[in-house]
Design a protein. Structure first.
Length: 424
């Protein structure tokens, strides 16, 4: 089977690493990929939204299956593009069609979906630039902290949580009137603040049946003790120690089941991953957001724990035969620690050489997030650079191994959080 993965991050390298282990695989391509995927697949210099370029590649390499890593091409309708093209219609795509991808593409759409299907979430209202005064009044009626969300895609940076009312009003105005997040903030959702501990739940669905993948907890803030700016994720742990059987059962009955049924009722065809961002408030789960793909860096701990052949799993998903698969999960804990460029998530340099990767012991697996291969050497090519994943009997043991192996490679101004799991 010839397979194409779209994307260039740690998520895509992890998927490539797992797919590469399948006896069903013939050729693996990653577009555009990174230095890590280059070792196990053929990288193709194509942007994820270059649908015509992707079509040409799929035809020339007789691709059977396309796995869409990031949200952007899904929200832009890459799956629909395949379904509407007579030359591509038989190619299987893992990732929802455009209408369903709006669950991530619009916070307002997602909130309306949750309220319509009685899925527990924070109360909210949404506003446009003409509703500035109404938005101020709504903020005045809330208790701090105040949660502001850009409606559209803002690369994980469109959510602000502020304690001061005047600051919240000013940011609200910046988002709407001065387009702080560009087109993403032409609508802004204001939510009540939910106080609790966050976790992520992953579901793979073929549109009829579904499989619940391992839970994970990621760490978004750049600073230790969860301080500082939001990032794409500084590390992750799976499973989540505080998600016991009773709590997982609540997630299943109150959130996953109504989500899957809601997609069917609303006629939103869905083949792929649903990533549900959750918060645990007084033993009850609430949805913070939906994502229509796997999370990163959660992929780096969730996928290694799946024992099944991933190609077999994707084939069953594409053919609506997921109910025939018995999902097998590794009982051990997996942790990943993300190393990032100095200055990230603000300005940082690219093109810094990474040395010593060959010294990392086999007790950890390295996943490239933002790297580039040049003349046989590996260089940084993003804010988040290398993820180091390890197994252990619990998160402390697994983290210890990851931290030990991080010492074995280096790039200038490399930074990582040394306190993951501090809140467990």
């Amino acid at each position: 089977m010839n397979i194409l993965i779209l994307g260039s991050g740690g998520r895509e390298h992890t998927l490539a690493w797992k797919i590469n282990q399948s006896p069903k695989l013939t050729n693996l391509f990653v577009a555009p990929g990174n230095a890590g995927t280059a070792e196990i697949a053929t990288n193709v210099d194509l942007k994820v939204n270059d649908f015509d370029g992707i079509k040409a590649l799929v035809i020339s390499e007789t691709i059977d299956l396309v796995i869409v890593g990031p949200e952007d091409p899904l929200v832009n309708g890459v799956h629909d593009f395949f379904l509407q093209d007579p030359q591509l219609v038989k190619v299987k795509v893992i990732g929802p069609q455009k209408a369903a991808a709006t669950l991530e593409g619009s916070k307002e759409f997602a909130k309306e979906f949750m309220f319509r299907h009685q899925i527990p979430t924070a109360s909210y209202e949404s506003f446009k630039a003409t509703d500035l005064e109404k938005g101020y009044s709504f903020l005045e009626g809330l208790k701090p902290p105040y949660v502001l969300k850009a409606d559209g895609l803002a690369a994980g940076k469109g959510v602000l949580i502020l304690n001061d009312l005047e600051e919240a009003k000013e940011e609200f105005k910046q988002m709407l009137v001065e387009e702080k997040f560009g087109e993403a903030s032409t609508t802004v959702v204001i939510e009540e603040f939910l106080d609790g501990i966050e976790l992520s739940c992953f579901v793979l669905t073929d549109g009829k049946s579904y499989k619940v993948l391992p839970t994970a907890k990621d760490y978004k803030r750049i600073g230790e003790g969860d301080t500082g700016l939001n990032t794409g994720g500084m590390g992750a742990i799976s499973p989540v120690p505080f998600a016991d059987k009773t709590f997982l059962n609540k997630i299943q009955t109150r959130i996953i089941e109504p989500t899957i049924q809601g997609l069917k009722k609303d006629n939103l065809p869905y083949v792929g991953f649903i990533f549900i961002g959750l918060i645990k408030v007084n033993e009850n789960p609430y949805v913070i957001e939906y994502n229509v793909r796997l999370g990163d860096p959660e992929t780096e701990v969730v996928i290694p724990r799946i024992k099944n052949d991933l190609v077999e799993l994707f084939e069953a998903t594409a053919n609506q035969e997921l109910d025939t698969i018995n999902l097998e999960i590794d009982d051990r804990t997996a942790t990943t620690v993300m190393t990032v460029s100095g200055g990230y998530p603000e300005t940082y340099e690219k093109g810094i050489e990474i040395t010593g990767l060959e010294n990392v012991a086999s007790t950890s697996v390295i996943y490239h997030a933002g790297t580039k291969l040049k003349a046989g050497k590996v260089f940084t090519n993003g804010g988040r650079v290398i993820a180091v994943t390890s197994f252990g009997k619990d998160h402390d043991e697994a983290l210890k191994t990851s931290y030990e192996n991080i010492q074995k490679f280096h790039f200038d101004k490399m930074y990582y959080r040394k306190d993951l799991g501090f809140d467990l």
